[in-house]
Write a protein that binds this ligand. Structure first.
Ligand code: HEM
Ligand code: HEM
Length: 221
């Protein structure tokens, strides 16, 4: 019988983890502030800008981040997804997002991205105008406002699917995905290279995040 030793390695660099938990918190904040309404709409708007900053950061981090945070490490074609679904060895227990999980990651980024961008063009016909709503025709602004409202359901559905998948891994496959998203580390059979997560990488993340914040501030000024 052959046994493969397991090794504990860094999978998610700190910037990726901070990105994730900040995004999750801000999505909840966006829903709470808009449902409570009233004066909180200003915080709905600010939370949306912060989410836009995070998403821009994640796009850049997808090419400049740690090994497993890079798009090249997890975005795969339909062939890889089919192989994963068939349970082919090799793709089964490796660090990073699996080929199917990667689809959910891209889906979440896309629908949340659409929400944050469409929010800039909203116009509630009472007191609120998004910062770019005057740049488009009234018809376009109301269409984007309607889509912004409808997209609520898509976000809820994808987040529910996201959480269901994580619970399935936890209790169905006995694999904890949440711990690594908190601590950064996970154990894998065989030797895998660890992600970088040193001070220089984190400094790079800080510079990228600051630049993304600057871009968003300039867009909504
Ligand atoms: C509104 C809420 C949430 C959103 C929009 C969201 C979105 C995302 C995104 C975009 C990723 C990819 C991370 C990256 O590569 O940058 C991710 C991964 C992950 N999320 Fe969430 N998330 C949410 C809530 C949660 C919650 C509440 C949990 C835990 C209970 C969670 C657990 C995870 C885990 C464990 C991963 C890594 C999955 C893997 O190992 O492939 N997420 N999430
Ligand atoms: C990803 C970020 C965002 C999320 C998750 C989000 C979520 C939502 C949701 C769920 C609603 C519907 C509330 C309801 O009808 O009960 C809504 C409405 C609204 N959002 Fe956002 N939003 C985001 C970003 C923004 C931004 C950046 C702005 C403006 C700058 C904005 C402005 C508005 C306005 C004005 C409404 C009310 C539209 C109306 O019903 O007339 N949102 N948002």
């Amino acid at each position: 019988m052959t046994t493969t030793a397991t090794h504990r390695i860094r999978v998610w660099d700190l910037p990726t983890r901070l990105f994730h938990w900040s995004l999750a918190l801000l999505i909840v904040a966006s829903f709470v502030t808009v449902k409570v309404g009233g004066n909180l709409i200003i915080w709905h708007e600010r939370s949306g800008y912060a989410i836009l900053t995070l998403l821009l950061f994640r796009l850049v981090w997808g090419v400049a981040g740690g090994r497993y945070a890079r798009f090249a490490a997890f975005v795969r074609g339909p062939g890889a997804v089919r192989a994963y679904l068939r349970g082919d060895a090799g793709s089964a227990h490796a660090p990073g997002h699996n080929p199917l999980g990667a689809l959910s990651v891209l889906g979440l980024l896309a629908v949340v991205g659409f929400q944050a961008v469409s929010g800039l063009f909203t116009n509630d016909d009472i007191a609120f105008e998004g910062p770019l709503s005057a740049q488009v025709s009234g018809a376009t602004a109301s269409l984007l406002t309607t889509l912004h409202r409808w997209n609520e359901k898509t976000i809820m559905a994808l987040v529910a699917l996201h959480l269901a998948a994580i619970l399935y891994y936890r209790f169905g496959k006995r694999r904890d995905l949440i711990g690594p998203m908190v601590s950064g580390d996970a154990e894998f059979p065989g030797a895998w290279p660890a992600s970088r997560d040193d001070a220089m990488l984190r400094l790079r993340a800080l510079a990228i995040a600051a630049a993304c914040g600057g871009v968003v501030a300039w867009i909504v000024r």
